[in-house]
Write a protein that binds this ligand. Structure first.
Ligand SMILES: Cc1cc2nc3c(=O)[nH]c(=O)nc-3n(C[C@H](O)[C@H](O)[C@H](O)COP(=O)(O)OP(=O)(O)OC[C@H]3O[C@@H](n4cnc5c(N)ncnc54)[C@H](O)[C@@H]3O)c2cc1C
Length: 458
């Protein structure tokens, strides 16, 4: 082929999965092309994790300003300065973007700017140039699913929600999963009236039921409205607002509708099927070593069925680079991927929830304890309610860690250690948790599991 360039690894897409693959492969001495049509960093940096968490941080400050006088700090919340907020959010993204592109360049990765298409089993074409790799890694990411709705005007997805120039007076959020509850939390803190519509029986339906119920209680207290077991029917929009009709005959009106019903794999028209890659509903199928059915082609990140999280993509990218280099890395255990939802109150979990553990191991073989944050000094200072819950096989290992409460996302690391190491309470009860931290609540939950709760009222 005319104008063909050869590499050890060609990566299509420079989001969390793609850039991690490229950087690790280059670190291992391989010649790498990283093809990106938009911006290195992908969804996470530009339209996902980082911008949403910047808004959530602003939301936390808004709440603190409102509540300051209740702890003796005078002041008042006067509103959100949207341009200033965008400057702050954009500043964080820009700084990280510069750092990331600098790192990618310094590792010797060749970044190709342009939209690529897989035209052969070993070749990606970008604007008439062919990038041939001994190995090809697909990492083209995901997009917001829309139920076929026309995303325009007042019907938006997270992409538009992140760049709005106003705080909506009111918003309907379709979907009470991670992205839905994070925006509900931000907008409520900014002063909006929020209504969530969720088809399943609970908000954050993938979490332990006790966590979902606590979040629902907290949201009710915050004035965030939600209708669960409620199926969307249709939406009508005018210049001034939207009306959502649900299948139970009810309707809801607001300034905007945010469609947050999950993310689909961005794999259409990229040539994947044409070269014979096995796919399922747009997802690229791989084995546990992230190999597709075509030799030399791997896939990482949101296009691979499973949890769509940035840190999963990073780890998969590192894995694939090491696999290609012949380092035989250990297969990634997806059940150990930590999950944090950054709404207020925050949610952190890893491993099995109680229902799932009981389903797998039998109800009689599973036990669970909850340590209520009412007994944790630092949580009381923050004025948060919540708990740490540990799920364990009776007489055996801890298989699930679940926490809810302001800032509890930061506790997920220790939760992951427990579950990953199949720890028993005795393995952890000798570890000291610094006082007064929220981390103590994890130590207290372990004491409770070991049958010797300290700061617990029975
Ligand atoms: C609002 C929101 C909040 C989120 N918050 C979190 C969070 O807090 N924590 C977390 O872990 N995850 C979060 N996520 C999920 C996270 O962003 C994704 O899991 C992660 O970005 C997936 O990485 P990826 O590499 O698979 O794909 P992406 O990050 O989507 O990257 C794919 C890249 O490929 C490029 N590309 C696609 N097709 C082509 C082509 N043909 N040619 C060239 N380039 C191409 C795209 O431009 C894109 O840059 C959030 C997502 C959203 C939308």
């Amino acid at each position: 082929m005319a104008d063909t360039q050869d590499y050890d690894v060609v990566v299509l897409g420079a989001g969390s999965g793609g850039y991690a693959t490229a950087m690790r492969a280059a670190q291992l001495g391989m010649k790498v092309a990283l093809i990106e049509g938009d911006k290195v960093g992908g969804t996470c940096l530009h339209r996902g994790c980082i911008p949403t968490k910047a808004l959530l941080h602003a939301a936390e400050i808004a709440d603190e300003m409102r509540e300051g006088s209740s702890i003796g700090v005078r002041g008042s919340f006067e509103g959100i300065d949207m341009p200033a907020l965008h400057t702050y959010k954009g500043g964080v993204i820009e700084k990280m973007f510069k750092g990331l592109t600098g790192l990618v360049d310094s590792r010797g990765v060749e970044t190709i700017h342009g939209w690529g298409r897989l035209v052969a089993k070993d070749t990606v074409e970008v604007g008439g140039t062919y990038y041939r790799g001994k190995n090809v890694v697909l990492a083209s990411g995901s997009y917001s699913k829309t139920l076929g709705l026309d995303i325009s005007g007042r019907v938006i997805t997270s992409d538009q929600a992140l760049t709005m120039n106003e705080v909506p007076g009111s918003a309907i959020i379709l979907g009470g999963g991670v992205i839905g509850v994070e925006f509900a939390s931000v907008w409520r803190s900014f002063g909006a009236e929020v209504q969530i519509i969720e088809g399943l029986p609970h908000l954050v339906p993938n979490e332990d039921e006790a966590v979902s119920k606590t979040l629902e209680r907290a949201f009710r207290k915050r004035g965030i409205k939600f209708a669960t077991k409620t199926m969307f029917d249709r939406v009508e929009q005018s210049d001034s607002g939207v009306t959502v009709y649900t299948q139970d005959g009810k309707n809801y009106s607001a300034d905007y509708l945010l469609v947050a019903i999950g993310r689909g794999p961005a794999t259409a028209n990229l040539g994947y099927e044409d070269v014979g890659i096995s796919m399922d509903r747009g997802f690229v199928l791989t084995d546990d070593r992230l190999r597709t059915n075509i030799e030399g082609i791997y896939a990482v990140g949101d296009i691979v069925p499973g949890l769509q999280l940035a840190h999963r993509g990073f780890l998969q990218g590192i894995f694939v680079a090491e696999e290609i280099a012949g380092l035989h890395p250990r297969v990634i255990d997806e059940t150990l991927i930590p999950r944090v939802t950054y709404c207020n109150p925050e949610i952190a979990s890893v491993g099995l929830n109680q229902n799932k553990a009981e389903e797998i191991y039998g109800k009689e073989n599973v036990e669970a304890v909850e340590f209520n944050l009412a007994g944790n000094g630092k949580s009381q200072m923050l004025g948060t309610a919540g708990f740490v819950k540990l799920v364990r096989l009776k007489g055996g290992a801890i298989v699930g860690f679940h926490a809810i409460g302001a800032r509890m996302g930061e506790q997920v690391g220790e939760g992951q250690l427990m579950v990953a190491w199949q720890a028993e309470p005795a393995d952890f009860e000798g570890l000291i948790h610094a006082h007064p931290t929220q981390n103590e609540s994890v130590g207290e939950a372990i004491l409770a599991l070991a049958g010797k709760p300290l700061h617990t009222h029975n």
